[in-house]
Design a protein around this ligand. Structure first.
Ligand code: AMP
Ligand code: ZN
Length: 471
């Protein structure tokens, strides 16, 4: 079965054909880092991490780039409030964001570029745009993109240039009176007092928001990429402007498939920092295992709006736990018995079970329909609960368990909790650490401490020797 992706550009599901066989180049617009991320921001992270995992499951090598916007008005405002440099704020919230990502089992991108580290590339692209007549410098040093010079402007958001001109006041930005045309947007702007700035031949200043993604995508993935993604609020103007900049500068099609997740709402309104109607990922982690949040996000198709509510989170919790319990059950049966011989009846049942994997792929091939894919996992769980028992063979139990775990893994759902370490295993590792320290092999000693920490065991070196406790 071939993979179909809904492309915002054509407004149709299209068969996915990569630029280079077996490889996917994918860019996902990341968060602006001035605060803890909210669960609306978490939606694209979870959705596109799942897209990446599924692509890998299909055998593609995925080069996944996702930026952090680390220079922006909101970051600067927060820095001024706290009396610190903007970098202190962005560094802090990048670290916090990475913790949240890990807790949601969102894998780190292949590269996470930072806007402030890519200024040279931005200066170069802006100069190319000026040289080609697609950009100009205004009297105060601001550089604008000449929107009308890009014939295809509006092709992603399906807007008509003249309609836009008609009256979208939100397009106006500071310095607007110096623009040649109301539709022109900022590529570079002069610094204001107390703001971070960089030298350029136009003025001391900083980049506009859109240019960073065009530049980082070009640097880490090349002029043409397969997939560009983000939340649907980015379609216009951010992604429309990225297309204009990249295609005008590079003379090539920027991205072949544009994917956009719908909003996570609360009381039927978009969750956002500015509206104040948000929960951070951290808030949710106090009440739920974040795997439940992940399950909740995947229980709807990514292009459907999703309303956050306690009732839906409770339903997600029940659903997730049903899978975890089934896996626990299979593990219990495996540890406490399981016959040696796979029977003919079991062989037939396993053949039947294989069909769940095929149906899971079918659902995901249809524009990543995770809602249907989770239903298939439930059917498999029900099948396992019905057919696995004390009389089952080890091979039968193991195969069923592996199939459930593998399908969940494609969704990034961890459903098999690590068994608690036995006291004897912990003590053996502590003894090995002592030996390593005696032999001055501190690297190994640290490694063991870390390994134990990851399994929830904290060591304390005391005068009476090493003590340990479960965290
Ligand atoms: P921002 O930090 O606002 O630039 O957002 C980072 C990412 O989160 C972008 O892809 C946004 O489109 C996405 N996003 C922000 N709020 C929501 C929401 N309520 N639902 C879904 N996606 C969102
Ligand atoms: Zn972007």
């Amino acid at each position: 079965m071939s993979l179909k992706i809904y492309n915002t550009l054509s407004r149709r599901k299209e068969e996915f054909v990569p630029l280079e066989p077996g490889k996917v180049k994918m860019y996902v617009c990341g968060p602006t880092v001035y605060n803890l991320i909210h669960i609306g921001n978490a939606r694209p992270m979870i959705v596109f991490d799942t897209v990446r995992r599924y692509m890998e499951h299909k055998g593609y090598e995925v080069n996944y780039v996702s930026n952090f916007t680390d220079v922006d008005d909101k970051i600067i405002k927060k820095a001024i409030e706290e009396g610190v440099d903007a970098e202190v704020i962005s560094t802090r919230y990048i670290a916090e964001c990475k913790k949240d990502m890990e807790a949601m089992n969102v894998r780190p991108a292949t590269t996470h570029p930072l806007a402030t580290q890519e200024i040279d590339g931005m200066l170069q692209m802006i100069q190319t745009l000026i040289d080609r007549g697609h950009a100009y410098k205004a009297a105060d040093g601001t550089v604008y993109f000449r929107t009308r010079s890009f014939q295809e402007y509006g092709k992603l958001s399906h807007k008509n240039l003249d309609d836009l001109r008609g009256g979208n006041r939100s397009l106006l930005v500071s310095g607007e009176d110096q623009k040649e045309d109301m539709l022109d947007f900022v590529l570079w702007k002069p610094k204001k007092e107390g703001e971070p700035y960089w030298e350029s031949c136009w003025c001391q200043g900083r980049p506009g928001w859109h240019i960073e993604c065009s530049v980082m995508s070009k640097k880490y993935l090349g002029d043409e990429i397969d997939i560009h993604a983000g939340g649907e609020d980015l379609i216009f103007p951010h992604h429309e402007n990225e297309i204009a900049q990249s295609e005008a500068a590079n003379g090539k099609t920027f991205a072949r498939y544009w994917m956009h997740n719908a909003f996570l709402n609360i009381d039927n309104r978009k969750m956002s920092k500015s509206a104040g109607n948000f929960f951070t990922v951290r808030d949710i982690s106090e009440k739920y295992d974040l795997q439940v949040l992940r399950f909740f996000m995947l229980s709807a198709h990514y292009r459907s709006q999703l309303n956050f509510s306690d009732a839906l989170m409770e339903a997600a919790k029940n659903g997730y736990e049903r899978i975890v319990t089934s896996v626990e059950n299979l593990n219990f049966l495996l540890e406490n018995g399981g016959t040696e011989e796979l029977s003919d009846a079991e062989r037939e049942l396993l053949q039947e079970a294989e069909r769940f994997a095929a149906r899971f792929d079918e659902a995901m091939d249809d524009d990543f329909n995770t809602a249907d894919a989770l239903s298939v996992i439930f059917e498999l769980v029900k099948f396992a609960n019905t057919h696995a028992g004390r009389e089952s063979s080890k091979a039968f139990l193991q195969t069923l368990k592996e199939e459930i775990v593998a399908l969940c893994d494609i969704c990034g759902l961890i459903v098999e909790r690590q068994a608690e370490m036995l006291d004897s295993d912990i003590e053996a590792l502590i003894a090995e650490r002592q030996e390593a320290r005696k032999a001055k092999n501190f690297a190994r000693a640290d490694e063991i401490r870390q390994e134990l920490l990851e399994r929830g065991i904290v060591l304390e070196d005391t005068r009476e020797g090493v003590k340990w406790k479960r965290a």
